[in-house]
Design a protein around this ligand. Structure first.
Ligand SMILES: Nc1ncnc2c1ncn2[C@@H]1O[C@H](COP(=O)(O)OP(=O)(O)OP(=O)(O)O)[C@@H](O)[C@H]1O
Length: 600
């Protein structure tokens, strides 16, 4: 498949550049707030010095105490501002990231979705973007502060006494050695953890999705057993991890929080020798822990890094997914007006992942769907009818040959222009979360009330919409109102009518509707087809008898084309399909009539 090249990979730097001003402000404010957090200790030190003087200056002490209080307040203010900016920036990044993902997903071929799986894509769009937002909103200010405090504390301590300042650093080299040993292999462990989590998630989804089968076939013990086994696996993994890393972790944490073990005796000794005063000892007892403790927070931040790197990898898989190719001619194409005939010229197409020796879905296929007429696609199951319909709006691109709309290769059309000319009514009607009105407006967001009602009336949907508990405001979608198959179809036709596009792709969907619903759907479809170029996937030949053009497909090739009577005479496959369906119809009639007599 011809695809466009991917852009550069997105890194953490690029993420931050999505909201540079607020994130830089957040980091700077967090740094300033962290530095200020030590200032009150300096004031305390100066107060202690003042109090220890032969004649303490009480006014100076009061002044220093007030200054300390003001600095504490200033620190809180800066911290609050930093958090505000960080959240502001992180949400901006979240928004842009999700928008970029949505835009990319619109432009990738459908094969990408099959390859990735909807579970992984859901995780990428929801969880991974959320992870990036969390990182920027919390970790960025935290890490800036955690890096600043030790430096500011050290500067303060060196100003007071360089020997004690050096002593406060003594545990650092040993702690770092332990840290390096612990970090070795952490990426592999994180990967293992994700695999364990993935297994558990898979079992849970399987268990919940398969609940009807589990209940009906009485599989609860086995299904629940698998589920429990997956959870036990996680518990074992955590136990193994905890027991292998507990000792190293305890030493590391102990060393980082225990520099007073070195500083305090040394300070006492120097004090006894008269080399440092009481104020300095006090300063060291208060500030020395701040030299190393924040490194613990930095360690947590880096520990999360492996998880974030995996999330970033998944985000890049989508953001860099090759999109359907747009030929360089695209922007210059004079946008065609009517008529919008469709032509397939020598088209060859295979779905990705099909074996080398499997036949392509479409093979040297050619036909024309005349502008303003109804062209029906008929043929046995798997002959390529749906595939043809997917190639017109470029859900996939051809491998060879070309598909033309209004005389132009679909790859030369600006993609949005092309899609704006096509309305689709498929068997599987997708209803989105939102009201009936929202679901119709998807086709034309600026449609006014009159247009909505007109489309619904023409699609024979107005009556049932108005009978719904909340009428146009009734929520639909997963937890919304339950509509019958026929009602969903008519909503989908109303959408197509509202869009008022010159081309209609139609997957005939009346096969399973009851008689009344079928009649209404047929009326609605007749309305939708009027004045448009229609490409209709037909499953029952009775519905194509009056079509302007019929294309008979067989294993991805055209086996015949023309009008109904001509095909009956000239195309053996069409004749066979017709006879088979007539017989099936007779069988159904006979069978139905026979039913009452069979009752006891
Ligand atoms: N998403 C897909 N991935 C891989 N192969 C596919 C996919 N969709 C269809 N095929 C294959 O392509 C060929 C043509 O299928 P297509 O769905 O176009 O036929 P159809 O005539 O519409 O069939 P039906 O009447 O049963 O819907 C078949 O061999 C089918 O197995």
């Amino acid at each position: 498949m011809k695809t466009a090249s991917a852009g550069p990979a997105l890194g953490f730097g690029a993420l931050m550049r999505m909201a540079p001003v607020s994130l830089a402000a957040a980091a700077l404010l967090a740094t300033a707030s962290a530095a200020l957090s030590l200032a009150p200790f300096w004031m305390l030190y100066r107060i202690a010095l003042e109090l220890a003087a032969a004649q303490p200056d009480v006014a100076q002490v009061r002044h220093l105490a007030l200054l300390a209080l003001a600095l504490v307040l200033a620190r809180w203010l800066l911290m609050a501002l930093s958090h505000g900016f960080a959240h502001w920036g992180a949400f901006a990044v979240l928004y842009r990231l999700r928008l970029a993902l949505a835009q990319r997903l619109l432009r990738v071929p459908m094969g990408f979705f099959a390859r990735q799986g909807s579970g992984v894509l859901r995780k990428t769009v929801i969880d991974d973007t959320q992870a990036m937002e969390g990182f920027l909103a919390h970790m960025l200010p935290d890490a800036s502060a955690a890096a600043t405090v030790p430096l500011a504390a050290l500067a303060l301590l060196f100003m007071a006494d360089w020997r004690l300042a050096l002593a406060s650093l003594v545990p650092l080299p040993v702690a770092l050695l332990f840290q390096i040993r612990m970090l070795r292999g952490s990426a592999a462990r994180m990967h293992e953890w994700h695999e364990v989590q993935g297994r558990i998630a898979g079992r849970i989804v399987e268990y919940l999705r398969g609940m009807p089968v589990v209940k009906v076939f009485g599989l609860s013990a086995r299904a629940f057993g698998d589920f429990a086994q997956a959870i036990e696996g996680t518990v074992h993994w955590v136990e193994r991890y905890a027991s292998s890393s507990a000792a190293g972790w305890a030493v590391f944490v102990g060393l980082l929080t225990a520099n007073l073990v070195v500083v305090a005796p040394l300070a006492a000794w120097l004090h006894a020798r008269g080399e440092v005063d009481t104020a300095t000892v006090l300063l060291f007892l208060l500030v020395a822990p701040a030299v190393l403790q924040p490194l613990l927070r930095l360690t947590f931040a880096f520990g999360e890094q492996a998880r974030r790197a995996e999330a970033l990898l998944r985000l890049n898989t989508v953001l860099q997914a090759p999109t359907l190719a747009e030929t360089p001619a695209a922007p210059n194409l004079p946008v065609p007006t009517e008529p919008h005939g469709i032509a397939f010229e020598n088209v060859g197409f295979s779905y990705e992942g099909r074996g080398e020796y499997e036949a392509p879905a479409l093979n040297t296929l050619g036909f024309e769907a005349p502008a303003g007429g109804v062209t029906a696609l008929v043929g046995p199951s798997g002959s390529g009818k749906s595939t043809i319909a997917r190639l017109v709006p470029r859900l996939f691109d051809v491998n060879t040959g070309c598909v033309r709309v209004a005389g132009h290769d679909v790859r030369d059309w600006p993609p949005d222009e092309l899609l704006s000319r096509i309305a689709i009514v498929f068997q599987e009607v997708m209803l989105f979360h939102g009201t009936v009105r929202d679901n119709l407006r998807i086709a034309r967001p600026d449609a006014d009330e009159a247009a909505l009602r007109a489309a619904a009336r023409a699609a024979r949907a107005l009556d049932f919409i108005e009978r719904l508990p909340q009428g146009w405001e009734t929520p639909l979608g997963e937890r919304g109102a339950r509509l019958s198959g026929g009602e969903r179809q008519r909503l989908s036709i109303a959408r197509a009518l509202l869009k008022d596009a010159p081309i209609l792709l139609l997957d005939e969907a009346t096969a399973h509707a009851d008689a009344e619903s079928e009649w209404l759907i047929q009326e609605a479809l007749a309305e939708a087809c009027r004045g448009r170029t229609v490409l209709m996937i037909a499953h029952r030949l009775q519905t194509v008898v009056d079509a302007d053009h019929i294309v008979v497909l067989d294993a991805g090739r055209v086996a015949g084309q023309g009008r109904h009577h001509a095909l009956l005479a000239d195309c053996p496959l069409y004749r066979r399909l017709w006879d088979d369906q007539q017989q099936a119809g007779d069988w159904q009639l006979v069978d139905r009539r026979a039913l009452p007599e069979q009752r006891p």
